[in-house]
Ligand binder design. Structure first.
Ligand SMILES: [Zn+2]
Length: 301
């Protein structure tokens, strides 16, 4: 398969208006999509709107109470607060198309070898509650769907967002047909981490060298026989990020992505962009664009 045959999915066709000054950078998703087209990295014909995820798929990873109470807006303020985003019809719809977009990306990656969602990586959502800007857990939903449908036998999750994926590990952390590798800032949220299959917590201000050697070592020690990879390519490890505690450079992030794509080689890989909160947000967008650029040069070989 050539790069031009790959399909990509997006979620920003459903906009969620946030109050002025809100910390969540809702704008980055549209900026990323526009920049990828402007720079000719993705052709418009390769881009598809994320379809709404089916409730039956959400229910593979989430409790019926959580899914239906969220839909009917009967969750209490206390239950909603950890998400950090105000409930609205738009937020609900956005969450459905974002998770649906990742599910579609996993199907597409299985077929073609590679695909990505220009959003997602909602790894803080648990079975019965959302948390940390994550309403539903896209990786958990897609993992359990592919395993239940017997489309794959073993899935490797590589989570390189600066925040540990406590939702991924609370839902999938004890399974033996899934392996989660999380490389994150030890001092970053979540402060109570739920164990993944392999957790590498890096100290504050860890730079490219320490990060890349830790990643290389971690990847090299995986003996789990995966047949599919989900990659959470968060760029909040960037030095300029306002939430991350690490000091990675653009070049370091590029080498990180290369290492992952090289490691994946002929294994189908589905990617979600994950977090990024630099100020100005253009730096985060640039880092996300670089991930796609790196993927393009790797998959065009
Ligand atoms: Zn993050």
């Amino acid at each position: 398969m050539k790069w031009n045959d790959f399909s990509f999915f997006y979620a920003d066709h459903v906009e969620v208006p946030l109050p002025e000054g809100h910390r969540f950078p809702m704008i980055k998703y549209r900026l990323l999509r526009e920049k990828l087209m402007e720079d000719g990295i993705i052709h418009p014909s390769q881009l598809f709107k994320g379809p709404e995820v089916l409730d039956e798929d959400l229910l593979r990873a989430h409790t019926p109470h959580y899914v239906y109470a969220l839909k009917n807006h009967t969750l209490s303020h206390k239950e909603l607060r950890p998400i950090g985003l105000e409930w609205s019809e738009d937020l609900l719809k956005r969450s459905y198309v974002s998770v649906g977009g990742f599910v579609a990306a996993t199907d597409s990656a299985l077929k073609n070898g590679f695909s990505a969602l220009l959003a997602g990586g909602t790894h803080h959502a648990h079975a019965d509650r959302g948390e940390g800007y994550c309403v539903f857990n896209d990786f958990a939903v897609a993992t359990l769907r592919l395993l239940d449908q017997k489309k794959v036998k073993k899935i490797l999750i590589i989570d390189l967002d600066v925040h540990q994926g406590n939702g991924n590990s609370s839902i999938l952390g004890k399974r033996d047909d899934v392996f989660i590798l999380s490389l994150h800032g030890e001092k970053n949220y979540p402060f109570r981490k739920i164990p993944s299959h392999m957790d590498v917590g890096l100290p504050e201000h860890a730079g490219d060298e320490q990060y890349l050697s830790s990643l290389e070592k971690a990847l090299g020690s995986i003996i789990f026989p995966f047949d599919m990879i989900f990659y959470q390519a968060g760029v909040d490890g960037l030095m300029e990020d306002t939430l991350g505690t690490l000091d990675l450079s653009f070049e370091g992030l590029k080498q990180r992505d290369e290492m992952v794509f090289q490691f994946a080689k002929n294994t189908p890989l589905a990617m979600a962009i994950g977090g990024g909160y630099a100020h100005p947000i253009d730096m985060t967008v640039k880092a996300h664009v670089n991930t796609f650029k790196t993927a393009k040069s790797f998959y065009s070989l």
